[in-house]
Design a binder for this molecule. Structure first.
Ligand SMILES: CC(C)(COP(=O)(O)OP(=O)(O)OC[C@H]1O[C@@H](n2cnc3c(N)ncnc32)[C@H](O)[C@@H]1OP(=O)(O)O)[C@@H](O)C(=O)NCCC(=O)NCCS
Length: 162
């Protein structure tokens, strides 16, 4: 695997790459209807995170802000052939650091049930009951950002995992 860059999307090539990753992962692999994968409120895709290998997008997620002190992570996906190599974890570390730097207290997400262990390994805890979203079993998970020092995010995640 060549060097990877973790950043916010900045140009049309990267936005197109995001759409392609979502198409592969959510529409083709998981068979989620396109209107649910690509629909949403205007502005939802403003804070799009991308992982680049060269100029190709190989992973993506977005950060939305449901309230003044809370962020939500959505549409997290890594292309199949790049999985289980630490890309998702580094993407999460990047997002947590960015959210923390904005002074927010909490971040949550709706985890597909099959990804719960991944999010736990990133420090999230599950809360509430399971529910169906796009026909898939989900659970809400959250991470309290109060004690995290931004520059130590990776250490924090590794520490929480053990
Ligand atoms: C979930 C996802 C983003 C994780 O990305 P990734 O790059 O494979 O994750 P990492 O390699 O950083 O994994 C970090 C750890 O979580 C584990 N892990 C990764 N995906 C997992 C999964 N689906 N279930 C359980 N554990 C998982 C890895 O084994 C690794 O553990 P380790 O450090 O002990 O080896 C990726 O599997 C994916 O895109 N899945 C399909 C889309 C999806 O389900 N998105 C979630 C929507 S809520």
């Amino acid at each position: 695997m060549n060097e990877l860059v973790y950043k916010f999307a900045e140009n049309e090539i990267e936005y197109d790459g995001v759409r392609e990753v979502r198409q592969h992962v959510f529409v083709e692999e998981q068979e989620i209807p396109e209107n649910l994968v690509f629909g949403g409120d205007p502005g939802d895709d403003e804070n799009l995170v991308v992982v680049l290998e060269g100029t190709s997008v190989i992973g993506t997620a977005r950060i939305v802000f449901p309230s003044h002190d809370t962020a939500k992570i959505e549409r997290m996906a890594v292309l199949g052939k790049y999985r289980n190599r630490g890309v998702g974890r580094k993407m999460m570390a990047f997002m947590v650091s960015e959210i923390k730097n904005q002074g927010l207290a909490k971040v949550y997400l709706h985890a597909q049930y099959t990804a719960v262990d991944f999010y736990k390994s990133c420090g999230f805890r599950d809360i509430g009951k399971t529910f169906k979203e796009a026909g898939i079993k989900h659970i809400k998970m959250e991470l309290d950002l109060f004690d995290i020092i931004p520059s130590d995010t990776e250490d924090y995640i590794d520490h929480r995992k053990n």
